[in-house]
Design a protein around this ligand. Structure first.
Ligand SMILES: [Fe+2]
Length: 366
């Protein structure tokens, strides 16, 4: 029987790990339609498969979420949300190593070109010393498909956010090393703690804020875009020293989400994730939906400009436009409040959250 909500065990897992797998979430008929559509539109002889953009909004692709138990489960466990009108079609070709090392990150930050030498970076905030060359003269305006440098004109928040990432597998990914979606399991609370620290020390929230340089430098004098707060990265570096947990899985710090065709994963925005190399002979095909719980008082909920379902920065337009907001609704303060209390957006999780918090508050000698 199809699920209509989380089981008690799934709630426990979701709370502890920051993600949960829904087995057989999508029926074979809906899967087959989507696979046929996507396969027919992929260029045949190029190694790098570019997905045509119109696929992301195709009814047969959106159907993977809209016409399955996934929409029902989110409606019950999270709460109401605007219509899902777009998606991310994420195909990793066969034998594609994605340039080598996976880069786990929290979604919502900018990902453009950066200087490649450490000496060109201002270490404290992780900005290029010659910032305007990379970010433009008014970097609060910078926004396109490479993401937004800032969510608001006042540069108080640099990270876009949503409530849940829902990924549907269109092929068998039960064998590690086949391009799995992978997570930093259980790290969501540490991510939330870093947002609280940023808020409590005056911000900004996200990259360039306290404890989160936007660009980091390496010991060998290189640079990389930094998708993780420093406290989380320290824990990742520790975990990377552990023995490898699984055959065919070289990254001890990452947990591969092993999905069969038709299975789905639901992850919190704050659960850091990454795509991984595909050593296998079949393209890895996942469709992602980024769902944000309905925000009362926001006049832009569900408008096409926001691109609900695909956007990781729904407080700005999908292409980076600033939207007009009434004085009664501050989208950025609202987002900061949610980032600092991610469980507040999950109706069905309130009991388990309250129970865990009351255990924490009890003195240990009681
Ligand atoms: Fe991502």
């Amino acid at each position: 029987m199809t699920q209509t909500g989380f089981t008690e065990e799934q709630k426990q897992q979701f709370f502890r790990d920051g993600y949960v797998v829904i087995s057989k979430a999508v029926g074979e008929q809906i899967i087959r339609k989507a696979v046929e559509l996507i396969t027919a539109q992929l260029p045949k002889d190029e190694r790098r498969l570019l997905v045509p953009p119109e696929l992301a909004t195709h009814e047969d692709v959106l159907s993977l979420f809209n016409d399955t138990c996934l929409a029902e489960i989110l409606g019950k466990e999270m709460g109401p949300f605007p219509d899902v009108i777009s998606s991310q079609v994420a195909v990793t070709p066969a034998f594609d190593t994605l340039g080598g090392k996976p880069a786990p990150h929290v979604d919502g930050s900018w990902s453009g070109a950066i200087p490649d030498k450490a000496q060109d970076i201002d270490q404290a905030r992780g900005r290029p010393k010659d910032a305007s060359r990379y970010f433009g003269e008014n970097d609060e305006l910078r926004g396109s498909n490479d993401g937004q440098l800032w969510q608001d004109p006042d540069r108080t928040i640099s990270l876009g956010s949503y409530t849940a990432l829902v990924g549907v597998a269109l092929n068998d990914q039960r064998q590690p090393g086949n391009g799995q979606f992978a997570v930093l399991k259980g790290m969501h609370e540490e991510v939330e703690a870093s947002f609280r620290m940023q808020r409590d020390t005056g911000g900004p929230i996200g990259p360039e804020g306290p404890g989160w340089p936007r660009i980091r430098t390496t010991a060998s004098g290189g640079t990389f875009l930094n998708g993780l707060p420093a406290t989380v990265r320290e824990r990742v570096e520790q975990a990377a020293k552990n023995p490898v947990p699984l055959d065919g899985w070289p990254w001890p710090e990452l947990t591969p989400v092993l999905l069969d065709r038709g299975d789905a994963v639901i992850a919190l925005h704050s659960c850091p994730h990454t795509a991984t190399p595909n050593y296998g002979p079949s393209p890895r095909m996942n469709i992602y939906f980024r769902i944000r719980r309905l925000r009362e008082g926001n006049p832009h909920e569900g408008t096409r400009r926001v691109g609900h379902g695909v956007s990781d920065h729904p407080d700005r337009g999908y292409f980076g436009q600033f939207l007009e907001y009434p004085p009664s609704y501050n989208p950025w303060e609202t987002s900061v409040a949610k980032l600092c209390d991610h469980w507040s957006e999950w109706d069905g999780m309130q009991e388990i959250v309250a129970a865990a918090r009351s255990r924490e508050l009890k003195p240990s000698h009681a």
